[in-house]
Design a protein around this ligand. Structure first.
Ligand code: FAD
Length: 461
């Protein structure tokens, strides 16, 4: 039994049942426990209803119901939100996980992607035509939250952020309107969903620009955790080769066959490459990466781009306990490198990988005011997390990540990437949007004055 059970208006509930073609799951239903689960096991919430939408009509009906009932509304795409914004106590969960259709137009290099897709869905559909767009580095993450927050991944240096490749959205706003937004039509909302998170409505369909990317030279090269390796990585990125996606990872050696056993569980750093240049450049990239330091293991091969995006999947399955912090840096200052070496050495688990995304190149060619995502002058976006197998351990190691974050702050920019923030970072929302915050607040007042869409990094009206 839940202590959060609201009194539902039966007339409105019957109207919802009549309007929705997907399923509605309620407390007591056999699949309720499954339906209320989200990726981060820290969040064990009991919604009053989970609506499993199958189309835009279901989304409109659910938005109308939650608003008219005065209930909290949690919009769930892939469910990966670390603060657990895809669920709530006593409110309505709008689960888009059955809206997974994709249409690709290879000639126009464009894909239309329903709001509940994951990056695995998108990568699979677009690879068939020798194309791809920037997406997340774990294939099970949803396009919904990742795109609306800005979105970074292996292709960001060459193709820009995910939101830079977003050409249009179909959006259901708080008053239940269904709007197709482009740079010409409802352009203010189009601007806002390129980084403003889920604050402005539910995206039922995204359309993305595609790029000619099929097979890549991809995968990790590992080195002992050492400041000299990190400084050489910094030089590698400063060379500015945009066709080289090169995430830095810091943590403990994973038990994988290409890493000698003596390195399993020991502090390491690594570069996860995604070279999209010509294949005859592969050897040069291998040599360049080998020159960063003593290589202790590597799995750097030609592979389909979608496969590269599954390499982390097994390391971080759903059901683990996460707590995250995020920061942006300009360059990689020596003080930040020192923090990586110090905190990397005490990483709490193999799953707690610190990931540093380069966000230079094409990401820098978009103006700070051109999209709601504002940090166009950042060179790196850093995600920090203790990821553990129990709540108690995760609670216990929160101080590790807070200390790590505090050590980075003197070398970091004011705000961070909203999608790497946790629930206790709401006081950083203004800093995360910087000069765009005022315009976002004005749009929020216009399109969602009652703050129906508040389970997110909230721009309050
Ligand atoms: P949800 O929990 O479903 O939603 C998160 C937020 O987005 C909620 O506020 C929700 O209301 C809103 N939302 C979701 N779908 C929609 C929609 N269709 N319309 C409107 N609003 C919507 N980020 C990166 O940029 N790059 C990465 O490579 C990356 N890797 C990650 C790997 C893992 C394992 C995890 C846990 C996170 C990663 N992230 C990454 C962060 C990720 O961007 C956020 O967690 C994001 O919120 C996930 O989106 P989702 O749809 O899965 O989440």
């Amino acid at each position: 039994m839940t202590t959060f059970a609201p009194t539902l208006d039966h007339r409105l509930l019957e109207r919802l049942r009549g309007a929705v073609r997907g399923g509605i799951v309620e407390p007591g239903d056999p699949d309720y426990d499954e339906a209320r689960k989200v990726y981060n096991a820290m969040h064990d919430k009991r919604p009053a209803l989970v609506v499993r939408a199958v189309d835009a009509g279901d989304v409109v009906a659910t938005v109308d119901f939650a608003r008219d009932q005065g209930l909290a509304l949690a919009v769930r795409g892939g469910g990966h939100s670390v603060p657990g914004y895809g669920t709530c106590d006593g409110g309505v969960v709008l689960d888009l996980g059955r809206m997974r259709g994709i249409r690709v137009d290879p000639d126009a290099r464009r894909a239309w992607v329903e709001g509940g897709c994951t990056w695995a869905d998108v990568n699979h559909a677009t690879y068939a035509f020798g194309t791809a767009t920037t997406g997340g580095i774990v294939s099970t993450t949803g396009v919904g939250g990742l795109t609306t927050g800005g979105g970074m991944g292996h292709l960001a240096r060459r193709c820009g952020l995910v939101c830079d490749n977003l050409l249009s959205v179909d959006l259901v706003t708080a008053d239940g309107s269904f709007l197709t937004c482009t740079d010409e039509q409802h352009a203010d909302l189009m601007w806002a969903v390129r980084g403003g998170g889920g604050n402005f409505g539910v995206v039922t369909s995204f359309s993305y620009r595609l790029h000619p990317v099929a097979d890549v030279l991809g995968g990790p090269t590992f080195y002992p955790l050492d400041a000299d390796v990190l400084r050489r990585y910094r030089e590698l990125i400063a060379e500015g080769d945009e066709k080289l996606g090169a995430l830095l990872v810091v943590g403990l050696g994973p038990p994988v066959p290409f890493l000698p056993e003596r390195w399993h569980g020991r502090p390491l750093c690594g570069v996860v490459a995604c070279w999209t240049g010509a294949q005859d450049g592969d050897d040069r990239i291998r040599d360049r990466l080998a020159a960063l330091g003593p290589v202790v293991g590597r799995h750097l091969e030609r592979m389909p781009y979608p496969l590269l995006n599954t390499l982390f999947d097994d390391l971080v399955p759903a059901g683990l306990f996460h707590y995250w912090k995020g920061a942006f840096t300009q360059g990689l200052p020596d003080g930040a490198i020192d923090a990586f070496v110090e905190y990397g050495a005490t990483t709490p688990s193999i799953q707690s990988v610190t990931v540093v995304f380069p966000v230079d190149g094409a990401c820098h060619r978009v103006g700070q005011r051109d999209t709601a995502f504002s940090y166009r002058d950042a060179d790196f976006s850093i995600a920090l997390s203790p990821t553990l197998t129990s709540r108690a351990e995760c609670e216990d190691r929160k101080e590790w990540v807070r200390g790590f974050h505090r050590a980075l702050l003197p070398h970091a920019m004011e705000g961070g990437y909203v999608n790497f923030m946790d629930g206790d970072d709401q006081d950083r929302v203004r800093a995360n949007y910087r000069d765009n915050h005022a315009r976002l607040t004005a749009l929020k007042r216009r399109y969602d004055p009652g703050n129906l869409f508040r389970l997110n990094h909230n721009i309050t009206p």
